[in-house]
Design a protein. Structure first.
Ligand code: 5GP
Ligand code: MN
Ligand code: MN
Length: 339
């Protein structure tokens, strides 16, 4: 799916621009990888580029080339980012398509005079951008960044570091080429990226096999003590208190992936992890097949995402949130038990 007004977009980029690239809050490998890959490309084209993340992010993605130049937004010192956004001529929004996904920065972007460019694959996008490279069927944003570079006829500029960043996004958003979004196009683009210098072994090692002992212990504890299974609803869930997270010295990103354990159980179609982040309660939802966690997160947990992977939050207590989730299950029972 090419960008609709690609000619005007090319026009925008025909002279050096001040560019800001934004990821969503708590960026994952797709958000950061697609942003750093795009940043490297735009710099090669002569633009002045700054990547801003609305929050910090885990060490297992901080190896990405260009990471050292990322500006992390700080709530108590918003001025630097506010100025970068206000001064930008173009703002790229990567791996999110509603401005509430960048928290405090949403207002700044809404008011900015810059041309806004959306590159994303989340469902039900908010149309705030002047240019949209949006495809809800794409497995990752990194894939769309690569397609954009191809549309601009610049594949030859994709080098090893750029390819590693984009490959990381594709690998993680497909769960290591395992989720139902893994298709021919995914392998084709991944293969192109490897041909241009991405190193699959290095990237997967850095992302999947650099656990801290604490994280591994947290996994063990969660599997042994915390994973609850409700076969009558084909559902598994985990609830983690703030104290439990603290006990294992939990770092940003440590709970990532835990939700997939529930879904790996035979017969389970819905898996949820509910964790007490102190500032709010965060939910991560995953499903198999037609059951839409995007719909569930949107309707009940101020969130959204994709059909089979979504997130949300509440301002209730952990216990209240668990109860709210459990109380919802009867109304979804028919859908959960279908086929
Ligand atoms: P995760 O569970 O890994 O945090 O997120 C799963 C998917 O849902 C990701 O694609 C993520 O971008 C999206 N997502 C997570 N939290 C939220 C949220 O609060 N709102 C929306 N709209 N999407 C979310
Ligand atoms: Mn993401
Ligand atoms: Mn993504």
């Amino acid at each position: 799916k090419p960008m609709q007004n690609i000619k005007a977009f090319k026009d925008q980029l025909s002279q050096p621009r001040k560019v800001v690239i934004l990821t969503h809050f708590k960026p994952d490998a797709d958000a950061l990888g697609s942003s750093l890959g795009l940043a490297r490309y735009l710099k090669k084209k002569g633009h002045a580029v700054t990547v801003i993340t609305p929050s910090d992010y885990p060490d297992f993605i901080a190896w990405m080339p260009g990471n050292e130049e990322v500006v992390i937004f700080q709530k108590d010192k918003p001025d630097r980012c506010a100025k970068l956004v206000a001064d930008a001529e173009m703002i790229f929004c990567l791996d999110f398509s509603s401005l509430n996904r960048i928290n405090e920065m949403g207002g700044m972007v809404r008011e900015a005079g810059a041309k806004k460019v959306l590159v994303d694959h989340h469902l039900e996008p908010e149309h705030f951008a002047d240019f949209e490279q949006w495809d809800g069927t794409a497995a990752s944003t990194a894939e769309l960044v690569y397609q954009l570079i191809v549309e601009l006829d610049d594949q030859a500029l994709v080098d090893g570091p750029m390819a590693d960043c984009l490959y990381a996004g594709i690998m993680t958003d497909t769960g290591g080429f395992r989720h139902s979004n893994t298709n021919h196009k995914v392998f084709q683009i991944a293969s192109d990226l490897v041909a241009r210098g991405a190193n699959p072994y290095k990237v997967s090692k850095l992302i999947y096999e650099t656990n801290s002992l604490e994280r591994l212990r947290l996994m063990g504890y969660v599997l042994w003590e915390k994973l609850q299974v409700l076969p009558e609803y084909k559902t598994a869930y985990i609830a983690l208190t703030a104290d439990e997270l603290k006990r294992f010295g939990s770092q940003t990103g440590d709970t990532e992936g835990l939700v997939n354990f529930g879904l790996s159980i035979k017969g389970i179609k819905l898996s949820v992890i509910i964790s007490d982040r102190r500032e709010n309660i965060k939910l991560s939802l995953r499903s198999l097949g037609d059951f839409s966690v995007n719909e569930m997160a949107r309707a009940h947990f101020q969130g959204g995402g994709h059909r089979n992977a979504a997130g949300g939050q509440t301002n209730l207590t952990l216990e209240q949130t668990v109860k709210k989730f459990l109380d919802l299950l009867p109304q979804y029972k028919d859908q959960l038990l279908a086929d």
